[in-house]
Write a protein that binds this ligand. Structure first.
Ligand code: ADP
Ligand code: MG
Length: 244
């Protein structure tokens, strides 16, 4: 194709070296208070293009508040937020509309034509190619979260915001979903901000883990372990001990 870059023409490019068409995330001076109670106090956050960042923190520390602010969903937040043009969010609850078929859920609010074909392609990426015409009520929890991921993918996000997307899944389904997210990230290379309270999940998936506490980023860990990462990797075990 005419758009092929010289490096691509020269041979296959590993995903990590693929050109990334956005400049990541830059947040400064982020502040959010609810009824005078400060939850986020002058938070600074940078995510490099294509970087996978996890946000850890105790329940109530403000993780979801920060993610919603980055996603542009919180008009009450102060500060400077720069994000790529195309941003998609997946929440812990799939938020599918039960009266719309799966493929329509995937493309709700998406412009352009050919929506069914695009939905089916996104569903194929999450292993649900056969379920385009199913009703959401007939899906398992894991399948519903995969539909929510397909709904994000169909928007070809440059930034993917994930708020405890596996929190409601059983342990085995969660492992499959984590592997899927890692594969999709490696394939498409969006910047990712993953909110989780699961330290192992953060260490398995992310380049960098941030710890949110007392209204700010209290600690930061670079996860310098090649992928795919076995949970018993000595460096991972070491980081886990530091974090817990
Ligand atoms: P986390 O996701 O880390 O569990 P949240 O970001 O959901 O934490 O919440 C952080 C704090 O802000 C909590 O004390 C929560 O009660 C409060 N909070 C969040 N959203 C609202 C809201 N819309 N109104 C009032 N308080 C809120
Ligand atoms: Mg939360």
């Amino acid at each position: 194709p005419a758009t092929e870059s010289p490096s691509e023409a020269a041979g296959p490019v590993p995903p990590s070296a693929r050109a990334i068409d956005h400049s990541g995330v830059r947040v400064t001076g982020l502040r959010r208070a609810f009824d005078g109670r400060v939850v986020l106090d002058d938070v600074e956050l940078t995510i490099a293009p294509g970087e996978f960042v996890s946000l850890l923190g105790a329940s109530g520390s403000g993780k979801s508040t920060l993610l919603r602010a980055v996603g542009g969903l919180d008009p009450g937040v102060e500060g400077r937020i720069e994000v790529p043009e195309r941003t998609a969010i997946v929440f812990q609850e799939h938020r599918l509309l039960p009266w719309e078929r799966v493929w329509r859920n995937v493309t709700l609010g998406v412009g352009g034509g050919d929506l069914r074909r695009r939905a089916v392609a996104a569903l194929a990426e999450v292993g649900l190619e056969g379920r385009a015409d199913a009703w959401p009520g007939t899906l398992s929890g894991g399948e519903s979260q995969r539909v929510a991921l397909a709904r994000a993918l169909v928007r070809t996000p440059q930034l993917l915001l994930l708020d405890e997307p596996f929190g409601a899944l059983d342990a085995l389904t969660r492992l499959t979903a984590q592997a899927l997210v890692e594969d999709l990230w490696a394939e498409h290379r969006p910047s990712v901000l993953l909110v989780t309270h699961d330290v192992e999940e953060a260490l398995l998936l992310s380049d960098r883990a941030l710890l949110l506490a007392d209204g700010g980023i209290a600690a930061e860990f670079t996860v310098d372990i090649p992928r795919p990462r076995p949970l018993d990797h000595p460096r991972l075990v070491e980081l886990r001990t530091e974090l817990l």
